[in-house]
Design a protein around this ligand. Structure first.
Ligand code: SF4
Length: 607
């Protein structure tokens, strides 16, 4: 099929050899690319029940059929691997130049296996592949310094993805940075790359991509651009980006505050909302191939963090490293954000880890002695920043916090697991589901753990005339949003255009036909997404997961919200279980969440 290169590059870091794996049309029809291809390859290639940091675990950097074409928002790439945070399958996405360059270099993806004998970086220039010495970077350069060095000394052009000290140290929430400011943030993919002794992957391609109907694609690009230019939603999105979510979440009583003890923070208004954070904004920033630049670029001009400049912080960082640690200060959040980026840490998991440690400290479950003398009360900026540094370097209490809140709670005990905000070992996103019950289902059933990136049911649940405090009908809502976004993760295109403009899904189906020259239908693409969900489920069940892992913290299921529009609300455990069961049924899984034999046959999956 056109649009693909039809081959993957396999790099064996242990013996320094490379090989090619052909991608046949049958596999591409079953998986499309991106998320679907990653799930199938992980199911086929990853040995069961091995540690995520074992050399045998593949690290996959994959593209989809849209990457490098004229389709707007085709700038994302996928990392598929086994998550050090959960022990299950991981798919994580970021923007950058690397996806297009992989295709231009002649590859649909690169898979690293084994472990290099010394710190290295992988350089791919078309079909030339080198595993080069990175000893001068390892332990000496953060992610930004390393990317800058590669730009200045190896190749300014192309795409790069780089880990920081957290990835080198195997921190389970370590991310990768691409083009400095874009992270494959969740689930610890940076630690997997670090476990292979690889600091960076850089790709430069000089070829092109053959598509079936280039003129048609140009017309679709112009149509998309018109939709973006005429859309009030897109205009708002460009002006504010995710800054605008703070007030929506605060108004709905779902803004995580002081480790999800409450869902409202009055002092957030005018401080870490679009008005407050807007004061430190100096410009918009967009990804390659996108005409809807939704990222905010900020600079802190005065105070203790003067000089901090970054793309961000996005809402998840504002909430989890802001209200969730009791701090409503855009300068602090920006500083915490840039520190995490440089150290190569997921801002979201880090914020939840700090919030959890602060609650334990305030409740007397952790003493000052336990936490290296830090005064870990909510709102203490200096202590929070010190803890970020300690987590990345596994220093003292930082090594304990770096294990994630699930493991911290297991060791601390004394009821702390009730407010360890995680599912499957991945820390919660920035929404309190007690104010929008569908969010609990979404966080509960995502194969990579508590994740908001596939479905965001509050966008429907908190609309006028809807009831956010019921589980009724939420399984259908979650599955509908989830499948739409996850389908776009197969192509691979940014899902904000379909969500915010909205660019209609049939337009992407048309683009798929124009790229590949095949008669794709919307039903076929959604069929593939449903198949992928079952493949991921089978991967996790092979690792020992069961329906018991599709859960929510006791705080959400038993503890009423203390204030705000959802005062008194929690999700009764039996209601949550019913909602999960309804979701299983929609997926063709049994009452324990295992795919039925009919479902496995329907999706042509070889177990
Ligand atoms: Fe990047 Fe935003 Fe454009 Fe998506 S909408 S491609 S995140 S700039």
């Amino acid at each position: 099929m056109l649009g693909y290169k039809g081959k993957l590059l396999i790099v064996n870091l242990s013996d320094g050899t490379t090989s090619t794996r052909e991608l046949d049309e049958k596999l591409l029809k079953l998986t499309v690319g991106g998320r679907g291809l990653g799930a199938q390859l992980m199911y086929d290639m990853c040995p069961p029940k091995v540690d995520p940091l074992d050399p045998s675990v593949p690290f996959m950097l994959l593209t989809g059929p849209m990457n490098g074409t004229l389709v707007m928002g085709n700038c994302k790439h996928l990392v598929a691997t086994k998550s050090p945070a959960t022990g299950g399958i991981l798919d994580t996405y970021a923007s950058g130049h690397i996806s297009a360059h992989l295709k231009y270099a002649g590859w649909d993806g690169v898979i690293l296996v084994g472990r290099a004998s010394k710190p290295s970086f992988v350089q791919i220039e078309d079909d030339r592949v080198e595993i080069r010495d990175a000893s001068h970077m390892w332990g000496k350069m953060d992610a930004f310094e390393a990317e800058q060095w590669l730009r200045e000394n190896v190749n300014e052009d192309g795409g790069k993805t780089v880990i920081g000290p957290a990835g080198e140290n195997g921190v389970r929430s370590a991310c990768l940075n691409s083009d400095f400011y874009r992270q494959t943030g969740r689930g610890g993919a940076g630690a997997v790359l670090g476990s292979k002794n690889v600091k960076a992957i850089m790709v430069n391609g000089s070829g092109g991509i053959a598509v079936s109907d280039a003129d048609g694609l140009l017309k679709k690009f112009e149509e998309t651009l018109r939709l973006v230019q005429e859309s009030p939603g897109a205009k708002n999105w460009v002006q504010y980006g995710t800054f605008m979510v703070t007030s929506i979440a605060n108004g709905a009583g779902i803004l995580p505050t002081r480790n999800f003890q409450t869902g409202v923070m009055p002092e957030a208004e005018g401080r870490i909302d679009k008005d407050g954070a807007g004061k430190v904004k100096i410009g918009d920033h967009g990804c390659p191939s996108c005409m809807m630049p939704c990222s905010n670029f900020v600079e802190i001009k005065d105070g203790p963090y003067a000089g901090s400049r970054l793309e961000g912080p996005d809402y998840e960082t504002i909430s989890l490293l802001g209200s969730n640690v009791g701090i409503a200060d855009p300068s602090f959040v920006s500083q915490a954000n840039i520190m995490c980026d440089r150290l190569g840490l997921d801002t979201m998991s880090t914020g939840v880890e700090i919030g959890f440690a602060m609650e334990c400290y305030e409740r007397g479950l952790l003493t000052k002695e336990n936490v290296d003398g830090l005064d870990l009360r909510f709102g203490n900026q200096e202590a929070a920043l010190k803890l970020i540094e300690k987590i990345a370097h596994l220093d003292g209490f930082g090594a304990f916090a770096a294990e994630g809140v699930r493991n911290m709670a297991k060791k601390i005990g004394k009821g702390s697991e009730r407010f360890a905000m995680q599912v499957k070992g991945l820390e919660y996103p920035g929404y309190d589901p007690r104010g929008a019950f569908g969010a609990a289902l979404n966080f509960g059933i995502n194969p990579r753990g508590a994740c908001h990136r596939k479905a965001w049911p509050p966008s429907i649940e908190i609309l006028p005339g809807r009831d956010p405090y019921t589980v009724e009908g939420k399984a259908e809502i979650v599955k509908g949003i989830f499948d739409t976004r996850a389908m776009l993760n197969h192509l691979i295109v940014c899902d904000y255009h379909s969500g915010m403009v909205p660019v209609p899904i049939p337009l992407y189906v048309e683009c798929m036909k124009m790229v590949t020259g095949e008669e794709w239908t919307q039903e076929q693409l959604f069929w593939v997404q449903e198949r992928t969900e079952t493949v991921m489920r089978l991967f996790n069940y092979r690792e020992g997961f069961t329906g018991k892992d599709d859960t929510a913290p006791a705080r959400i299921l038993e503890e009423p919200l203390p204030e705000g529009p959802g005062e008194g609300k929690f999700i009764p455990r039996e209601d949550f279980t019913r909602m999960v069961g309804e979701y299983y049924a929609l997926r063709g899984w049994d009452e324990n969440g295992a795919p039925t034999a009919e479902t496995v046959t329907k999706y042509q999956i070889k177990k």
